[in-house]
Design a protein around this ligand. Sequence first.
Ligand code: PMP
Ligand code: GLU
Length: 398
Amino acid sequence: MPLAFQPSANIARMKESATIAVSAKARALKAAGNAIIDLGAGEPDFDTPLFIRNAANLALANGATRYTATEGIPALRDAIAADANRLVRDGPPVTAAEVVVSNGSKQALYNACVCCFGPGDEVLVPTPAWTSYYEMLQLARATAVPVFGDISRSLKVTAEQLAAAATSRTRGLMLCSPSNPTGAVYTAAELTSILTLAAERGWWVIADEIYLRIAYDAPAESALSLAPTRDNLIVINGVAKAYAMTGWRIGWSIAPIAVSKAMTAFQSHTTSNAAAVSQHATLAALTQRDEADAAIRHMVGEFRRRRDAVIETLRAFPSVTYIYPAGAFYLYVNVDGFEGAADAGGAFARRVLEKHEVAVVPGSAFLTPGWIRASYATKQSIAVEGVTRIARCLTEAR
Ligand code: PMP
Ligand code: GLU
Protein backbone atom coordinates (compact mmCIF):
# COMPACT_ATOMS: atom_id res chain seq x y z
CA MET A 1 0.00 0.00 0.00
CA PRO A 2 1.42 3.41 -0.88
CA LEU A 3 2.31 5.53 2.10
CA ALA A 4 -0.37 8.17 2.64
CA PHE A 5 1.25 11.57 2.41
CA GLN A 6 0.64 13.80 5.39
CA PRO A 7 2.21 17.22 4.80
CA SER A 8 4.72 17.95 7.54
CA ALA A 9 4.16 20.76 10.03
CA ASN A 10 6.72 22.76 8.00
CA ILE A 11 4.41 23.07 5.03
CA ALA A 12 1.00 22.40 6.52
CA ARG A 13 -0.12 26.00 5.93
CA MET A 14 1.90 26.61 2.76
CA LYS A 15 0.02 27.52 -0.40
CA GLU A 16 1.29 26.94 -3.90
CA SER A 17 2.51 30.12 -5.65
CA ALA A 18 -0.63 31.65 -7.18
CA THR A 19 1.41 33.64 -9.71
CA ILE A 20 3.06 30.48 -10.99
CA ALA A 21 -0.22 28.51 -10.82
CA VAL A 22 -2.00 31.04 -13.07
CA SER A 23 0.80 30.88 -15.65
CA ALA A 24 0.76 27.07 -15.56
CA LYS A 25 -3.03 26.99 -16.05
CA ALA A 26 -2.87 29.47 -18.95
CA ARG A 27 -0.12 27.40 -20.57
CA ALA A 28 -2.14 24.19 -20.21
CA LEU A 29 -5.27 25.82 -21.67
CA LYS A 30 -3.23 27.13 -24.61
CA ALA A 31 -1.69 23.70 -25.18
CA ALA A 32 -5.23 22.28 -25.29
CA GLY A 33 -6.03 24.65 -28.17
CA ASN A 34 -7.74 27.54 -26.34
CA ALA A 35 -6.92 31.05 -27.54
CA ILE A 36 -5.98 32.31 -24.09
CA ILE A 37 -4.65 35.81 -23.57
CA ASP A 38 -2.17 35.26 -20.77
CA LEU A 39 -1.75 38.36 -18.62
CA GLY A 40 -0.85 36.18 -15.66
CA ALA A 41 2.84 35.65 -16.11
CA GLY A 42 5.22 38.20 -14.60
CA GLU A 43 7.89 37.39 -17.14
CA PRO A 44 9.42 39.48 -19.94
CA ASP A 45 8.49 38.11 -23.36
CA PHE A 46 11.92 39.01 -24.79
CA ASP A 47 14.71 36.55 -25.43
CA THR A 48 17.89 37.05 -23.42
CA PRO A 49 20.10 39.50 -25.37
CA LEU A 50 22.38 37.68 -27.81
CA PHE A 51 25.67 38.91 -26.32
CA ILE A 52 24.72 37.23 -23.03
CA ARG A 53 23.81 33.94 -24.72
CA ASN A 54 27.08 34.07 -26.66
CA ALA A 55 29.02 34.57 -23.42
CA ALA A 56 27.28 31.52 -21.97
CA ASN A 57 28.22 29.42 -25.02
CA LEU A 58 31.82 30.53 -24.69
CA ALA A 59 31.87 29.78 -20.96
CA LEU A 60 30.54 26.28 -21.62
CA ALA A 61 33.15 25.71 -24.33
CA ASN A 62 35.77 26.85 -21.82
CA GLY A 63 34.56 24.33 -19.25
CA ALA A 64 32.23 26.20 -16.89
CA THR A 65 30.64 22.90 -15.93
CA ARG A 66 31.70 22.36 -12.35
CA TYR A 67 30.71 23.45 -8.87
CA THR A 68 31.72 26.97 -7.98
CA ALA A 69 32.06 28.57 -4.56
CA THR A 70 28.62 28.53 -2.90
CA GLU A 71 28.51 32.34 -2.80
CA GLY A 72 29.40 32.63 -6.50
CA ILE A 73 32.45 33.05 -8.71
CA PRO A 74 34.71 35.91 -7.53
CA ALA A 75 34.53 37.81 -10.84
CA LEU A 76 30.74 37.88 -10.70
CA ARG A 77 30.65 39.01 -7.06
CA ASP A 78 33.09 41.80 -8.02
CA ALA A 79 30.87 42.77 -10.95
CA ILE A 80 27.76 42.82 -8.75
CA ALA A 81 29.55 45.02 -6.21
CA ALA A 82 30.69 47.38 -9.00
CA ASP A 83 27.17 47.50 -10.41
CA ALA A 84 25.77 48.29 -6.94
CA ASN A 85 28.34 51.03 -6.44
CA ARG A 86 26.79 52.94 -9.32
CA LEU A 87 23.93 53.51 -6.84
CA VAL A 88 25.79 54.08 -3.56
CA ARG A 89 25.94 57.83 -2.80
CA ASP A 90 27.32 58.10 0.74
CA GLY A 91 29.01 55.57 2.89
CA PRO A 92 31.53 52.87 2.12
CA PRO A 93 31.46 51.17 -1.29
CA VAL A 94 29.92 47.72 -1.57
CA THR A 95 32.55 44.96 -1.58
CA ALA A 96 32.37 41.45 -3.03
CA ALA A 97 32.34 40.04 0.52
CA GLU A 98 28.82 41.45 0.94
CA VAL A 99 27.53 39.63 -2.16
CA VAL A 100 25.99 36.15 -2.29
CA VAL A 101 24.88 34.80 -5.67
CA SER A 102 21.79 32.60 -5.56
CA ASN A 103 19.41 30.64 -7.77
CA GLY A 104 17.24 33.60 -8.66
CA SER A 105 16.36 36.51 -6.44
CA LYS A 106 13.73 34.17 -5.03
CA GLN A 107 16.41 32.13 -3.31
CA ALA A 108 18.23 35.27 -2.16
CA LEU A 109 14.99 36.45 -0.54
CA TYR A 110 14.40 33.09 1.10
CA ASN A 111 18.00 32.97 2.38
CA ALA A 112 17.48 36.42 3.93
CA CYS A 113 14.12 35.52 5.50
CA VAL A 114 15.41 32.29 7.03
CA CYS A 115 18.65 33.81 8.29
CA CYS A 116 17.24 37.04 9.76
CA PHE A 117 13.85 35.96 11.07
CA GLY A 118 12.55 33.05 13.11
CA PRO A 119 9.89 31.95 15.59
CA GLY A 120 8.33 34.85 17.48
CA ASP A 121 9.61 37.49 15.06
CA GLU A 122 7.19 39.81 13.32
CA VAL A 123 8.03 41.19 9.90
CA LEU A 124 6.10 44.10 8.41
CA VAL A 125 4.97 43.54 4.85
CA PRO A 126 3.66 46.59 2.97
CA THR A 127 0.56 45.10 1.35
CA PRO A 128 -0.33 44.27 -1.36
CA ALA A 129 2.99 42.49 -1.87
CA TRP A 130 4.33 39.68 -3.98
CA THR A 131 2.76 36.42 -2.87
CA SER A 132 6.00 34.63 -1.99
CA TYR A 133 7.00 37.08 0.79
CA TYR A 134 4.17 35.86 3.01
CA GLU A 135 4.94 32.21 2.34
CA MET A 136 8.71 32.57 2.75
CA LEU A 137 8.25 34.28 6.11
CA GLN A 138 5.90 31.52 7.19
CA LEU A 139 8.41 28.87 6.08
CA ALA A 140 10.97 30.75 8.21
CA ARG A 141 8.42 30.36 11.06
CA ALA A 142 8.22 34.13 11.43
CA THR A 143 4.97 36.10 11.36
CA ALA A 144 4.23 38.31 8.38
CA VAL A 145 2.33 41.40 9.50
CA PRO A 146 0.57 42.98 6.52
CA VAL A 147 0.47 46.78 6.56
CA PHE A 148 -2.10 47.99 4.05
CA GLY A 149 -1.37 50.93 1.80
CA ASP A 150 -4.01 53.57 1.03
CA ILE A 151 -5.47 53.78 -2.43
CA SER A 152 -4.85 57.54 -2.36
CA ARG A 153 -1.13 56.71 -2.26
CA SER A 154 -1.22 54.01 -4.92
CA LEU A 155 -1.40 51.41 -2.12
CA LYS A 156 2.09 52.38 -0.92
CA VAL A 157 2.64 52.53 2.84
CA THR A 158 4.14 55.34 4.88
CA ALA A 159 6.72 55.23 7.67
CA GLU A 160 3.91 56.31 10.04
CA GLN A 161 1.76 53.32 9.06
CA LEU A 162 4.71 50.98 9.59
CA ALA A 163 5.48 52.53 12.98
CA ALA A 164 1.84 52.14 14.00
CA ALA A 165 1.88 48.42 13.07
CA ALA A 166 5.11 47.68 14.95
CA THR A 167 5.30 45.84 18.27
CA SER A 168 8.18 44.85 20.54
CA ARG A 169 8.49 41.71 18.40
CA THR A 170 9.01 43.54 15.09
CA ARG A 171 12.35 42.54 13.58
CA GLY A 172 12.17 43.76 10.03
CA LEU A 173 10.28 44.72 6.93
CA MET A 174 10.02 43.78 3.30
CA LEU A 175 10.22 46.53 0.67
CA CYS A 176 9.55 46.23 -3.04
CA SER A 177 9.84 49.22 -5.37
CA PRO A 178 8.85 49.27 -8.18
CA SER A 179 6.15 47.07 -6.75
CA ASN A 180 4.89 43.70 -7.76
CA PRO A 181 1.81 43.60 -7.91
CA THR A 182 0.88 47.29 -8.23
CA GLY A 183 3.59 48.85 -10.40
CA ALA A 184 3.76 51.74 -7.91
CA VAL A 185 7.19 53.30 -7.32
CA TYR A 186 8.25 54.81 -3.99
CA THR A 187 9.71 58.33 -4.20
CA ALA A 188 13.09 59.13 -2.67
CA ALA A 189 11.36 60.94 0.20
CA GLU A 190 9.01 58.03 0.91
CA LEU A 191 11.83 55.49 0.86
CA THR A 192 14.12 57.66 2.97
CA SER A 193 11.57 58.05 5.74
CA ILE A 194 10.94 54.28 5.81
CA LEU A 195 14.67 53.45 5.78
CA THR A 196 15.32 56.01 8.53
CA LEU A 197 12.58 54.55 10.71
CA ALA A 198 13.97 51.03 10.22
CA ALA A 199 17.51 52.18 11.08
CA GLU A 200 16.28 53.93 14.24
CA ARG A 201 14.31 50.87 15.34
CA GLY A 202 17.03 48.36 14.44
CA TRP A 203 14.84 46.48 11.97
CA TRP A 204 16.23 44.48 9.08
CA VAL A 205 15.15 45.87 5.74
CA ILE A 206 14.91 43.40 2.90
CA ALA A 207 14.72 45.65 -0.17
CA ASP A 208 13.68 43.71 -3.27
CA GLU A 209 14.89 45.79 -6.22
CA ILE A 210 14.29 43.26 -8.99
CA TYR A 211 12.23 45.85 -10.96
CA LEU A 212 14.54 48.81 -10.27
CA ARG A 213 15.54 49.29 -13.91
CA ILE A 214 11.93 49.02 -15.11
CA ALA A 215 10.53 52.47 -14.29
CA TYR A 216 8.84 54.70 -16.85
CA ASP A 217 8.51 58.26 -15.63
CA ALA A 218 11.72 58.73 -13.64
CA PRO A 219 14.51 56.40 -12.51
CA ALA A 220 13.40 54.33 -9.50
CA GLU A 221 15.37 54.99 -6.32
CA SER A 222 17.46 52.31 -4.66
CA ALA A 223 17.81 51.73 -0.93
CA LEU A 224 21.55 51.63 -1.67
CA SER A 225 21.38 55.34 -2.53
CA LEU A 226 19.18 56.45 0.35
CA ALA A 227 19.70 54.27 3.43
CA PRO A 228 21.25 56.17 6.34
CA THR A 229 23.27 53.00 7.06
CA ARG A 230 23.75 49.62 5.38
CA ASP A 231 24.13 47.86 8.76
CA ASN A 232 20.52 46.68 8.70
CA LEU A 233 20.03 46.54 4.93
CA ILE A 234 19.76 43.52 2.64
CA VAL A 235 19.30 44.48 -1.00
CA ILE A 236 18.03 41.83 -3.37
CA ASN A 237 18.39 41.99 -7.11
CA GLY A 238 18.88 39.73 -10.10
CA VAL A 239 18.88 39.49 -13.86
CA ALA A 240 15.48 37.87 -14.43
CA LYS A 241 13.42 40.94 -15.24
CA ALA A 242 15.66 43.74 -16.53
CA TYR A 243 17.87 41.44 -18.62
CA ALA A 244 15.10 39.02 -19.67
CA MET A 245 16.91 36.13 -17.98
CA THR A 246 14.15 34.43 -15.97
CA GLY A 247 15.23 30.90 -16.91
CA TRP A 248 18.89 31.34 -16.00
CA ARG A 249 18.03 31.58 -12.30
CA ILE A 250 20.50 34.17 -11.07
CA GLY A 251 19.80 36.62 -8.27
CA TRP A 252 21.86 37.97 -5.39
CA SER A 253 21.88 39.65 -2.03
CA ILE A 254 24.02 42.53 -0.81
CA ALA A 255 24.13 42.38 2.97
CA PRO A 256 26.41 42.98 5.95
CA ILE A 257 29.21 40.40 5.94
CA ALA A 258 27.91 38.45 8.97
CA VAL A 259 24.53 38.04 7.25
CA SER A 260 26.19 37.09 3.97
CA LYS A 261 28.22 34.41 5.74
CA ALA A 262 25.08 32.96 7.37
CA MET A 263 23.23 32.96 4.06
CA THR A 264 26.18 31.27 2.34
CA ALA A 265 26.23 28.55 5.02
CA PHE A 266 22.47 28.07 4.66
CA GLN A 267 22.72 27.91 0.86
CA SER A 268 25.64 25.47 1.14
CA HIS A 269 23.19 22.97 2.66
CA THR A 270 20.26 23.60 0.35
CA THR A 271 21.45 24.14 -3.22
CA SER A 272 25.18 25.00 -3.21
CA ASN A 273 26.11 27.41 -6.00
CA ALA A 274 23.88 28.77 -8.74
CA ALA A 275 24.57 27.15 -12.14
CA ALA A 276 28.13 27.93 -13.27
CA VAL A 277 27.15 28.72 -16.84
CA SER A 278 24.41 31.10 -15.68
CA GLN A 279 26.91 32.91 -13.47
CA HIS A 280 29.18 33.45 -16.50
CA ALA A 281 26.24 34.71 -18.55
CA THR A 282 25.41 37.15 -15.76
CA LEU A 283 29.02 38.28 -15.63
CA ALA A 284 28.73 39.30 -19.27
CA ALA A 285 25.39 41.02 -18.60
CA LEU A 286 26.92 43.13 -15.84
CA THR A 287 30.29 43.91 -17.41
CA GLN A 288 29.43 44.52 -21.08
CA ARG A 289 27.72 47.70 -19.96
CA ASP A 290 27.11 49.42 -23.27
CA GLU A 291 25.43 46.38 -24.80
CA ALA A 292 23.47 45.73 -21.62
CA ASP A 293 22.28 49.32 -21.27
CA ALA A 294 21.19 49.37 -24.92
CA ALA A 295 19.26 46.11 -24.49
CA ILE A 296 17.57 47.33 -21.31
CA ARG A 297 16.70 50.67 -22.94
CA HIS A 298 15.08 48.80 -25.80
CA MET A 299 13.06 46.47 -23.58
CA VAL A 300 11.99 49.15 -21.10
CA GLY A 301 11.03 51.40 -24.03
CA GLU A 302 8.81 48.62 -25.32
CA PHE A 303 7.25 48.03 -21.87
CA ARG A 304 6.61 51.79 -21.65
CA ARG A 305 4.79 51.81 -25.00
CA ARG A 306 2.63 48.94 -23.81
CA ARG A 307 1.99 50.67 -20.49
CA ASP A 308 0.91 53.83 -22.33
CA ALA A 309 -1.31 51.84 -24.70
CA VAL A 310 -2.98 50.03 -21.82
CA ILE A 311 -3.69 53.29 -19.97
CA GLU A 312 -5.03 54.80 -23.19
CA THR A 313 -7.35 51.80 -23.56
CA LEU A 314 -8.69 52.30 -20.04
CA ARG A 315 -9.62 55.93 -20.76
CA ALA A 316 -12.65 54.53 -22.57
CA PHE A 317 -13.76 52.88 -19.30
CA PRO A 318 -13.83 55.70 -16.73
CA SER A 319 -15.53 53.53 -14.08
CA VAL A 320 -12.53 51.17 -13.94
CA THR A 321 -10.16 52.03 -11.08
CA TYR A 322 -6.53 50.97 -11.22
CA ILE A 323 -3.19 51.90 -9.69
CA TYR A 324 -1.13 54.18 -11.90
CA PRO A 325 1.59 51.86 -13.25
CA ALA A 326 4.86 53.78 -12.93
CA GLY A 327 7.15 50.75 -13.02
CA ALA A 328 7.45 46.95 -13.29
CA PHE A 329 4.98 45.55 -15.87
CA TYR A 330 1.80 45.08 -13.91
CA LEU A 331 -1.61 46.71 -13.95
CA TYR A 332 -3.52 46.43 -10.65
CA VAL A 333 -7.24 46.75 -11.20
CA ASN A 334 -9.93 47.20 -8.56
CA VAL A 335 -12.76 44.67 -8.85
CA ASP A 336 -14.31 45.21 -5.41
CA GLY A 337 -17.89 43.99 -5.19
CA PHE A 338 -17.66 41.76 -8.30
CA GLU A 339 -20.58 39.30 -8.15
CA GLY A 340 -20.94 40.25 -4.47
CA ALA A 341 -18.18 37.75 -3.69
CA ALA A 342 -15.98 38.14 -0.60
CA ASP A 343 -13.09 37.09 -2.86
CA ALA A 344 -14.05 39.46 -5.67
CA GLY A 345 -10.65 39.10 -7.35
CA GLY A 346 -10.96 35.31 -7.39
CA ALA A 347 -14.51 35.49 -8.80
CA PHE A 348 -13.41 37.99 -11.43
CA ALA A 349 -10.34 35.97 -12.44
CA ARG A 350 -12.51 32.88 -12.93
CA ARG A 351 -15.14 34.78 -14.91
CA VAL A 352 -12.71 36.63 -17.18
CA LEU A 353 -10.90 33.38 -17.95
CA GLU A 354 -14.06 31.38 -18.65
CA LYS A 355 -16.00 33.98 -20.60
CA HIS A 356 -13.29 36.17 -22.10
CA GLU A 357 -10.28 33.83 -22.20
CA VAL A 358 -7.99 36.20 -20.29
CA ALA A 359 -5.73 34.89 -17.51
CA VAL A 360 -5.04 37.26 -14.60
CA VAL A 361 -3.86 36.76 -11.03
CA PRO A 362 -6.46 37.24 -8.25
CA GLY A 363 -5.50 39.90 -5.70
CA SER A 364 -5.94 37.40 -2.85
CA ALA A 365 -2.45 36.16 -3.79
CA PHE A 366 -1.22 39.56 -2.63
CA LEU A 367 -3.59 39.74 0.37
CA THR A 368 -5.92 42.23 -1.30
CA PRO A 369 -8.88 40.19 -2.58
CA GLY A 370 -10.69 43.17 -4.12
CA TRP A 371 -8.14 43.45 -6.92
CA ILE A 372 -6.68 41.57 -9.88
CA ARG A 373 -3.23 41.80 -11.47
CA ALA A 374 -2.69 41.87 -15.22
CA SER A 375 0.84 41.67 -16.61
CA TYR A 376 1.52 43.60 -19.81
CA ALA A 377 4.86 41.87 -20.43
CA THR A 378 3.40 40.60 -23.68
CA LYS A 379 2.87 41.89 -27.23
CA GLN A 380 1.16 45.27 -27.22
CA SER A 381 -1.84 44.18 -29.30
CA ILE A 382 -2.40 41.23 -26.94
CA ALA A 383 -2.05 43.38 -23.82
CA VAL A 384 -4.52 45.93 -25.21
CA GLU A 385 -7.02 43.25 -26.22
CA GLY A 386 -6.70 41.57 -22.81
CA VAL A 387 -7.17 44.81 -20.89
CA THR A 388 -10.16 45.71 -23.09
CA ARG A 389 -11.79 42.40 -22.23
CA ILE A 390 -11.05 42.91 -18.52
CA ALA A 391 -12.62 46.37 -18.59
CA ARG A 392 -15.66 45.08 -20.50
CA CYS A 393 -16.14 42.17 -18.12
CA LEU A 394 -16.00 44.59 -15.21
CA THR A 395 -18.29 47.26 -16.65
CA GLU A 396 -20.87 44.68 -17.84
CA ALA A 397 -21.16 43.49 -14.25
CA ARG A 398 -21.77 46.99 -12.84
N1 PMP B 1 10.76 39.46 -6.37
C1 PMP B 1 9.68 39.89 -7.04
C2 PMP B 1 8.96 41.10 -6.55
C3 PMP B 1 9.24 39.20 -8.17
O1 PMP B 1 8.17 39.64 -8.83
C4 PMP B 1 9.92 38.05 -8.59
C5 PMP B 1 9.38 37.34 -9.79
N2 PMP B 1 9.64 36.10 -10.00
C6 PMP B 1 11.03 37.64 -7.84
C7 PMP B 1 11.41 38.37 -6.74
C8 PMP B 1 11.82 36.41 -8.18
O2 PMP B 1 12.54 36.54 -9.33
P1 PMP B 1 13.70 35.52 -9.75
O3 PMP B 1 13.76 34.47 -8.70
O4 PMP B 1 13.29 35.01 -11.06
O5 PMP B 1 14.96 36.34 -9.78
N1 GLU C 1 7.42 37.14 -10.23
C1 GLU C 1 6.58 36.69 -11.30
C2 GLU C 1 5.14 36.95 -10.94
O1 GLU C 1 4.86 37.55 -9.93
C3 GLU C 1 6.89 35.28 -11.73
C4 GLU C 1 6.24 34.18 -10.98
C5 GLU C 1 6.79 34.08 -9.58
O2 GLU C 1 7.94 33.73 -9.43
O3 GLU C 1 6.01 34.41 -8.68
O4 GLU C 1 4.29 36.59 -11.70
